[in-house]
Design a protein around this ligand. Structure first.
Ligand code: ADE
Length: 349
């Protein structure tokens, strides 16, 4: 069956079935699309839904974002994870102001020259906002394409990704409207052609789908060989004075770069010993109380946290007490929110 018949069925379906997502109402506004596409790069739609509008309220224009202090941007990003993206979005806004007079460029090529914008985000903004016939490929779209063509491959193989870009490029050429076609592919991957609980009976392109015909949809793509997450051990000290908690900022590079935390020490191979905690964090050994433990999992790490309370701690040069009410104004990682929740200071996530 022809590409035009496939793209036509998919576009018709999307027009009738698209989820009502706020950036879809806004996504003709280039700055809003920039923010939503950065947020959606590695974060689930449900989480982005909580953070998108507050972020735009705080930074309503490219200029407002460009002029903001990085700490404020990180604070508004808190909870979305992958904080490097927040720094990149900030740098991107600054580059748009500096090199494009504050106007988001409309070609995939110039978009890709901006910080934090790769081929996917460039294609998404060029097509969704500016109607350019540019393909987009992400994990969802690769999975759809592999299934349509009954190709049992891991979706992370380089040659598979290359093939997906070629195929998505051919399809977007056949589309009636590239913006609708591209977003329809994302939507199909997110709601019907999902990794598990696939909804083939509802699929608008099942008559074009070779894996549906062969009965192999569920086994495509092949599982990807996964790098093992490395362990990490953290001891965090929660110290309270006058309804304020002691915090410090992390180094500008590495994990949780520039984010805030309560005084924490970390090891790669084992929990820090009580002696290390008392020495490294200048805390009085007699006042330190174990409060709880939890495991925090990120893409690359399995982090075992041990949380302590200690009200007699010597304040270091880059540490400060912040009131509990003002904690939502600083960039705290989800791991540190869990630390504060274990200490009973905030609601669990
Ligand atoms: N993921 C990435 N971009 C998206 C969009 N515009 N709509 C829904 N999910 C997305």
């Amino acid at each position: 069956m022809s590409d035009a018949a496939l793209t036509n069925s998919l576009e018709t379906w999307f027009k009738a079935n698209a989820r009502d997502l706020p950036w879809r109402l806004d996504h003709r506004i280039p700055y809003c699309a920039l923010v939503s596409e950065f947020m959606l790069q590695q974060t689930q739609v449900a989480r982005v839904l909580e953070k998108y509008q507050p972020f735009l309220d705080r930074f309503p224009t490219v200029e407002a974002l460009a002029q903001a202090h990085e700490d404020e941007v990180l604070a508004a990003w808190a909870g979305l994870g992958y904080y490097r993206r927040a720094r990149m979005l900030h740098a991107c806004a600054q580059a748009i102001v500096e090199h494009h007079d504050g106007t988001v460029p409309d070609s995939a090529q110039s978009l890709q020259n901006l910080p934090g914008i790769g081929r996917y985000t460039a294609g998404a903004i060029a097509s969704l906002v500016f109607g350019q016939r540019e393909p987009i490929v992400d994990g969802n779209i690769t999975r759809v394409l592999l299934r349509v063509h009954n190709k049992p491959e891991p979706q992370t193989d380089n040659h598979t990704i290359k093939w997906s870009w070629r195929r998505a490029g051919e399809l977007v050429k056949s589309a009636t409207n590239p913006a609708i076609f591209n977003e329809a592919m994302m939507e199909l991957g997110a709601t019907i052609c999902t990794p598990k609980n696939i909804q083939c009976p509802q699929c608008p392109i099942r008559s074009h789908c070779q894996s549906f015909e062969a009965g192999t949809t569920e086994s495509i793509p092949l599982p990807k060989p996964r790098a093992k997450q490395k362990p990490m051990y953290c001891a965090s000290i929660v110290s309270i004075q006058n309804r304020s908690v002691l915090v410090e900022q992390r180094p500008v590079s590495g994990m949780w770069a520039s984010m805030y935390q309560v005084p924490t020490i970390e090891r790669d191979d084992r929990q820090p010993t009580p002696e290390e905690i008392t020495t490294d964090l200048s805390v009085d050994a007699d006042t330190i109380k174990p409060t709880g433990t939890f495991t925090h999992i990120t893409t690359h790490r399995i982090v075992e946290f041990a949380v302590y309370r200690a009200d007699s701690i010597e304040m270091g040069p880059n540490q400060a007490y912040r009131t509990l009410d003002s904690l939502d104004q600083i960039a705290l990682s989800n791991a540190q929110r869990k630390v504060l929740a274990v200490a009973g200071l905030i609601e669990p996530l």
